[in-house]
Design a protein around this ligand. Structure first.
Ligand SMILES: Nc1ncnc2c1ncn2[C@@H]1O[C@H](COP(=O)(O)OP(=O)(O)O)[C@@H](O)[C@H]1O
Ligand SMILES: CC(=O)N[C@@H](CCC(=O)OP(=O)(O)O)C(=O)O
Length: 259
């Protein structure tokens, strides 16, 4: 089947009006769809309220036992269930899941880096079947960025990577997948503060050049790595940009082109 995998990140989730508008457009999107959400900003705010100092290294949250409790509550609970309630109100029948539910994403503890990331999981395997089963019943899966190791351990996992892994698994299972990353900018920008400096098409050599020149940085680096991994695997199209752009029938934003 044709299926859209949509990722929405922390900046949109943290802004009530932006989230409502996103969910409006998401609920109107035609065809089968999956939502993968982040919520990093809210987890940071909640950790600080609890007196836990957040620590990010290369765009990933160092997740000790206490932080794992926070992210489990924030991603798997608060953010996921708020989204579900709003989607139900908009007539979109959705089910809230984490990567552990229905065994959608199995992960291994992130190792081999200079630091110990704690309870952070790197995706080992994503399973398309449960997603397709829900889609066939007209139920939209909404997936929070938590995974499990198959031995009872939950992990915190980057949401952009989860969206990529879900999209690739669906593509490998023979489905036609459109992956779209929604965030607060128009797409990849030449000047991060100027939405008019949009790069409409990005290929691997331009990406390498932009990295060298420091044009892309921070969260955009892992986001683009995931975008290229998806297009190089089995995903039909990958877009990045603002909600109203990338969720349009003819998407507007940055289109990713494979090697
Ligand atoms: N060239 C660029 N174009 C657009 N955004 C960029 C660029 N370089 C860095 N960024 C930053 O990347 C951020 C998006 O990544 P991230 O914060 O991980 O998104 P998300 O909201 O999905 O979690 C943007 O908010 C922006 O600050
Ligand atoms: C391991 C790791 O870093 N996990 C992320 C998961 C949330 C996420 O990716 O949220 P955004 O899409 O809003 O950034 C984190 O805790 O920040």
């Amino acid at each position: 089947m044709k299926i859209s995998v949509i990722k929405v990140g922390g900046n949109v989730i943290n802004d009530e009006a932006a989230l409502a508008s996103f969910l409006d457009q998401f609920s109107q999107l035609e065809g089968a769809k999956v939502l993968v959400h982040g919520g990093g900003k809210l987890a940071t705010a909640m950790a600080q309220r609890l007196g836990i100092e957040p620590k990010m290294v290369d765009g990933r949250r160092v997740t000790d036992a206490e932080t794992l409790e926070v992210v489990t509550m924030v991603y798997g609970g608060l953010v996921n269930k708020r989204i579900i309630a709003q989607l139900q109100a908009k007539g979109c029948n959705a089910i809230g899941l984490t990567g552990a539910d229905a065994n959608i994403i199995e992960a291994d503890k992130r190792t081999g880096w200079e630091i110990d990331y704690g309870f952070v999981g790197d995706v080992r395997k994503a399973n398309a079947a449960p997603i397709i089963n829900f889609a066939e019943q007209n139920i939209t899966p909404v997936i929070a960025p938590l995974t499990h190791d198959g031995k009872g351990q939950l992990f915190n996992t980057n949401a952009d990577t989860m969206a990529q892994a879900v999209a690739v698994a669906l593509g490998k299972a023979g489905h036609e997948v459109s992956l779209r990353y929604c965030f607060e900018k128009a797409g990849v920008l030449l000047d991060v503060n100027d939405d008019n400096s949009l790069v409409p098409i990005l290929n691997p050599s331009k990406f390498a050049q932009f990295k060298e020149e420091g044009i892309v940085a921070d969260g955009m680096l892992p986001k683009l790595k995931n975008a290229f991994d998806a297009i190089d695997a089995s995903v039909s199209e990958v877009w990045l940009g603002k909600v109203e752009g990338v969720l349009a029938n003819s998407p507007v934003g940055t289109k990713i082109i494979g090697a």
